[in-house]
Design a protein. Structure first.
Length: 87
């Protein structure tokens, strides 16, 4: 128990030091990493997602949306139809 407790404190201290926050919220590590990587990365994320503030999952959501739009364009080009209907 003592080893587990001290390990937990060490992890909490490490995360707190990395993020600069006393309390951890889901996504804090990602946000801190993006911030630490520099303005170039922040600009690239903003350009890709179109959002001023990054939220966990924004990159994945944007990628899925963009891929979906690309697939829709290909289907439209192939079928000549705006909407795809099975069969």
């Amino acid at each position: 128990k003592l080893l587990f407790a001290s390990g937990g404190r060490a992890i909490k201290t490490g995360i707190s030091g990395y993020t600069g926050k006393e309390e951890y919220a889901f996504g804090d590590l990602t946000k801190s990493t993006v911030t630490k990587m520099g303005a170039g990365v922040v600009d690239a994320v903003h350009s890709f997602t179109g959002k001023e503030e990054y939220e966990f999952g924004d990159i994945a959501k944007t990628a899925v949306t963009k891929v979906g739009a690309g697939v829709a364009d290909v289907v439209h080009g192939f079928t000549g139809k705006e909407e795809y209907e099975f069969g």
